[in-house]
Ligand binder design. Sequence first.
Ligand code: ATP
Length: 235
Amino acid sequence: MPLLEIRDLDVFYGEFQALRKVEMDVEKRQIVSLMGANSAGKSTLLKTISGILKPSAGTVKFDGIRIDCKEPHDIVDMGMALVPEGRKIFSSLTVRQNLLIGSYRSKARKKRRDTLETVFNLFPALKGRINQKGTELSGGEQQMLSIGRALMSTPCFIIFDEISLGLSPIVVKELYRAVKRINREGTTTVLVEQDVKRSLKVADYAYILQEGRITLKGNPRYFTEETVNKAYFGI
Ligand code: ATP
C-alpha cells in the first residue's frame, strides 16, 4: 500500500478548476518528484494534500486513511510535514525558537531534545547560530532552518516545496545532500521543483503537472528530454 494515494482529484478556486483528475502514489521510503511550470497546479496539490484546500471530488489517503476532509494539524499529527516555498521562518525569533515551534504538537514535544540533536547533526551551521535571529541567517541557512523546523515534528513523510529557489549551486548541492540523507534515514520524500534536472536525478519516481493534469509519470531513468519538454510545456 502506498503511503500517499491520490485518486481522481478535482480542485477548484471558485469557478476555476486548478486540478483535474489527478492521481499520484508515493510508496514508502521513495523520493518522488513533482514538477511543472508556473501555474501548473503544484501548490494547489500540496495545499490539498496538507489539508489547507478541500477537493470537490476525489480522495487523498495517507497510510490508508482518508485525509481529504481532515484539518492540517491532524495531518501533521499523522506524520506529514511541509517545508514551504519561501522558507517562512519567523525572522524575529531565534534559530532555537523557530525549531521548537516545529515540535509544538504533543507527540513531537516529548522527543524534542533528541530531534534537535538530529537536526544539528544534519546542519551543524545551525548549531553555531542557535541564539541568532532568523534575519541574521544567510538564505541557505534559512532554508536549513525551515527544513529543521519541519523535521522537529518527527515526520515519516516530508514535502519540500522549491527548496533551491534563489540559492547558489553550492548551497543547493548541500541541501540536496541533506534531502537524500533524510530520505535514507527513513522519511518518505516528495520534492516539488522547477529545477527539473536536479530533481529528476534524485527521484525514484516523478510526476509532471501541466495545467492541472498529470502529463507524465514514471521512473525518470526512462524519461527523455523530448517527453519531459512535451509534458512540461506542451510543446
Ligand atoms: P508556481 O510554480 O507559480 O507556484 P503552481 O504550479 O504552484 O505555480 P498553483 O499556485 O497551484 O500553481 O496555481 C494553479 C492555478 O490556480 C493557476 O492558474 C493559478 O492562477 C490558480 N490559483 C492559484 N491560487 C488561486 C486562488 N487563491 N484563487 C484563484 N486562482 C488561484
